[in-house]
Design a protein around this ligand. Sequence first.
Ligand code: ROI
Length: 179
Amino acid sequence: MSDDNSVRQPDRLPEYQVYIGLGANLANPVMQLQNAIAALHQLADSKVVAVSGFYGSRPMGPQDQPDYVNAVARLNTRLTPLALLDALQQIERQQGRQRKAERWGPRSIDLDILLYANHTITSERLTVPHYGLTQREFVLYPLADIAPALILPCGTPLQALLQRVPLNGLEKLTETCSG
Ligand code: ROI
């Protein structure tokens, strides 16, 4: 019996552009980010197309923890938002991330979906754009490295947010890398 092509689901989802925030402040944070980027390069149905510079940042939240290293990566992906979230959480687990009771405590690696194309997602597991995106210098400045002309889904230009959010000691450690 031959397959009925007319009822098949499309083999491939459309490709979307997504931005992933990376942060770490334990167990050699620079290496944690490098390992996470290497893991992003291995993600199914996805391609890393740009990575911002690495930035040293002061901890947001409890101050009795080490400074962070932060960066942002741009991916083209055919993974759905939840499939992407699952994949990111798997990378976090592989890198020894332990979820502790303390909400804003130190972490070996944090991978957040900042933006998923122009979509707005509000579900139990996922809020996109990421709720901290508009206020966090350690997200906005790395994002501007690789997407200076970005307009958020709400219509606000990234450049307008940068005007409002001071550097707060943010320090560029390495250069941006594209391709
Ligand atoms: N603070 C900084 N500077 N960078 C982070 O990535 C970061 N991540 C967090 C909290 C604990 C909110 N603070 C942070 O999850």
